[in-house]
Design a protein around this ligand. Structure first.
Ligand SMILES: [Zn+2]
Length: 177
């Protein structure tokens, strides 16, 4: 801070913002994706945890494993946990229910995929759970969340999955809901 004070006193001309710099800045304000835009909807949504370490794995599973490109995403800490009746996630529950209803009305939502993941920090910190109980509660929550989604949206096609970490890989296991 002290080093910069003399500059404010106009003692130096200080040619700081050169045209070269500003044109570089301009170039970085726009980025055009190389991916083609497809207008059609999948009428499917997935609800999963916002943990960024798994974002690409969730996409890979939905795109390749379930053949659902362009699915609608509902991401928040804990994912389906917010629809399983935990008082700690009461606020999130209202938001997600609103969003699901919107997707049913506007996007013609017909299928919902719920995914819980191994070692989810929401269960560890917010609910204070540890393994092996943590996984059991997550799987029970998928069943509760599926019933709740069906009740509030009338969507019938609801699936549950558990993303297990094994030796640096992520394996998506079906959970009967
Ligand atoms: Zn998580």
């Amino acid at each position: 801070m002290r080093m910069k004070t003399p500059e404010i006193n106009v003692t130096r001309p200080a040619p700081r913002r050169t045209p070269q710099r500003s044109s570089t800045a301009m170039d970085t304000t726009a980025y055009e994706s190389s991916l083609r835009y497809d207008h059609s909807r999948m009428h499917a949504a997935a609800l999963y945890c916002s943990d960024g370490r798994l974002g690409e794995h969730f996409d890979d599973f939905l795109h390749q494993g379930l053949s659902l490109p362009r699915y609608d995403r509902l991401c928040l800490p804990g994912g389906p946990a917010c629809l399983a009746g935990h008082p700690e996630a009461n606020l999130e529950e209202h938001g997600v229910v609103d969003e699901l209803k919107f997707l049913v009305e506007v996007h013609g939502l017909k299928r919902v995929v719920l995914i819980a993941h191994h070692g989810c920090a929401f269960y560890g910190t917010r609910l204070g759970l540890t393994e092996p109980r943590l996984e059991l509660v997550q799987k029970a929550d998928l069943v509760r969340a599926a019933a709740f989604v069906h009740r509030v949206t009338k969507v019938n096609a609801i699936e549950g999955y558990y993303a297990r970490l094994t030796e640096g890989r992520v394996r998506f296991e079906r959970v009967t809901v």
